[in-house]
Design a protein around this ligand. Structure first.
Ligand code: XBP
Ligand code: MG
Length: 251
């Protein structure tokens, strides 16, 4: 029986990367007097490294950054904290909205008594801000478990955050479905034993999603149908709870 849905955040609940995290990183660089700038394409390459602080460290290892090895860790921490402040402000200003079908599916699953959970590499403050801003008041309480960067230092594709969430839910992987947007996220969920629905975005559309239960453009709305891109077929225009239960039963 399907008992829980476990959602990734960045790229899945909302398109946070291009117009959210990326812009916040660039503002932190400017504040620090650095001439670094991550354009849309460069950021897409950097997204291969999950975790904002880890991404900064990776960038500093590249020749263009020119930061002495001994200073990198402290600088990454300072820049990441500043970036988080900028990101939270942007979320409060409404810079990032939920993706199609996300609010619809969350409220349907909550009303039906399914457990909802989050498994993400981003930090807890970012999740709270996004959910508080984009969902109805009190919706943060819909989530029985929130697994964030603070709970799982080993970032996706490591399964640690999914293992943390499953343990806290006290559910077996076969009682849950994961919803992800990236190959790293799919690998993490799969390694934790979870079947995974993938909704792609501009940064992830060309990644390898073999092993996913299904690959979709998004979760869809009746006035903006989703497109099926691979894996299990879809019975309609949208992914609703009935569709998820059907996939869960069959696969
Ligand atoms: C998301 C990430 C995060 C965000 C930035 O991956 O990799 O690093 O880009 O967030 P996923 P922080 O969607 O697979 O969880 O800067 O807070 O790390
Ligand atoms: Mg993601």
């Amino acid at each position: 029986m399907l008992r829980a849905l476990i959602f990734d955040v960045d790229g899945t609940l909302a398109d946070t990367e291009r117009d959210g995290h990326r812009v916040a990183f660039n503002r932190a660089f400017a504040d620090a007097g650095l001439d670094w700038h991550w354009d849309v394409a460069r950021y897409g390459e950097l997204l291969r490294v999950t975790g904002g602080r880890e991404r900064l460290l990776h960038f500093m290892e590249s020749s263009s950054a020119r930061v002495p090895v001994a200073e990198r860790d402290a600088l990454a921490r300072t820049l990441h904290a500043s970036k988080t402040t900028h990101y939270l402000r942007m979320i409060d200003e409404g810079a990032v909205l939920l993706r199609p079908g996300v609010a619809r599916l969350l409220s349907e699953a909550h009303a039906a008594g399914l457990a909802l959970a989050i498994a993400t590499t981003t930090s807890r403050a970012n999740i709270d801000a996004l959910l508080a801003h984009a969902l109805p008041p009190g919706a943060l309480d819909w989530f029985r478990v929130i697994g964030a960067a603070e709970d799982a230092p080993r970032k996706k594709p490591d399964p640690q955050v999914y293992e943390f969430v499953l343990e806290d839910l006290q559910l077996a992987p076969h009682e849950c479905l994961a919803i992800e947007d990236s190959a790293a996220g799919l690998q993490a969920a799969t390694a934790a034993g979870l079947r995974t629905v993938v909704t792609i975005n501009d940064y992830t559309r060309d990644q390898d999603f073999s092993g996913a239960l299904t690959v979709l453009s998004d979760l869809g709305e009746h006035d903006a149908p989703m497109r099926a891109l691979g894996g299990a077929s879809v019975g309609g225009d949208i992914v609703d709870l009935a569709q998820l239960k059907l996939w869960h039963m069959r696969y």
